[in-house]
Design a protein around this ligand. Sequence first.
Ligand code: AMP
Ligand code: GLY
Length: 430
Amino acid sequence: MSETVLLIGGGGREHAIARALADSDCTLYAAAGNRNPGIARLADGFETLDATNPQAVTTYANEVDASLAIVGPEAPLEAGVADALDEAGVYAFGPREEQARIETDKGFQRRFMDRHDIPGCPDFAEFTDSEAACEYIDEYDGDLAVKPAGLTGGKGVRVIGDQVTAAEAKEYIRDSEYDRIVLEERLVGEEFTVQALVANGDRRVTPAVQDHKRAYEGDKGPNTGGMGSYSDAELELPFMDREDYLEAVDILEATVDALEGYKGVLYGQFMLTADGVKVVEFNARFGDPEAMNTLPVMETDLLDVLVAARDDESLPQLSFAEQATVCKYAVPDGYPTDPESGAKVQISPENAGDARLFYASVDEREDGIYTTTSRSFAVVGVADSISDAEAIATEALERAGTDGLRVRWDIGKPELVQSRIDHMTELRGE
Ligand code: AMP
Ligand code: GLY
């Protein structure tokens, strides 16, 4: 029987999921708050709806007679969309609301790690009272990261000694309206992501990826949802060893075991420090942009994973092409602080050359595609080496033009990759 898959979410990550499913033996429908022209072209139907409304999503799932669903973003998971789909008889590849707390509640996340003795947990404390949090900052011996406990789209964290001073951090806490704040030891090192596909007690891990959260070149400026990312032709990244990658995999496995019955993607954001691998956070879904690195090189059919997950079977082993990837987001001028929308997007699947194009938040009008105030689209180069993949991504952007857009050209370039290697060498005192 051919499957009918409902994809929830309309960003670059979901465009990559749609692309991965497009060649499979399934009928694809998509639902999201914003219409993604790339997904709409690949799907048999695209419904614009509130993806955080479980009722709206299940109604559409029933209407298209979906036999499976995959939930891309975190907000629907937090809203219980996976629970509602499961209860409506449509298996959702994505955790239930309670298990998605591993992402949606950073206080829960740290307490959970502590309770289950999961390795890599930094020192932390949780506060509901802002004055008590400020006092902890004054008394703590070392720098701290300030994290609102709830979802902030990756933009709520302030790291003392990196982005802000202790005084600015206290002002941030006092001026904010967050109910709960987590303060944790500042981790110093190089960040990387490892994602696992999880169901029926099985977990299948994917190659490491490094995202770039800072808005401007050289890792300057405010945090964003992610400006671009790269992966290498092997499981690890150039600044780490295979043992470091395996240490991260062990942490993911310990977390999956402790979560009991988790299904969907478990995303680990790690910091490789002088003392080994530590956990920055967990997410309950594919990363954006990381999905755009991982799915284009995944040779295993994603549909086979989803079907095995639903049918209570063992998940297939994953195989990946031994190729490097570089993903670069184009964002509107002024993003993230003062984004200007309305620029015409010149790139299209037809003129993207060897690069893959994934739309994120764009506005399709009769005479073309225009930017909004969020990240616009990403291009991904896939090649034998990171520098060749970078050249493919850059060439596509240069050829099409980036008027009204900003790109972090430095992502994936040899100089930036080398600076990561040097950073780790220095920290490890090698
Ligand atoms: P998150 O929203 O938890 O992904 O945090 C956003 C970014 O803040 C991370 O990607 C890190 O760069 C930084 N960050 C979060 N927690 C820490 C920490 N404990 N130490 C240093 N940096 C952190
Ligand atoms: N790349 C960061 C995230 O997906 O949260």
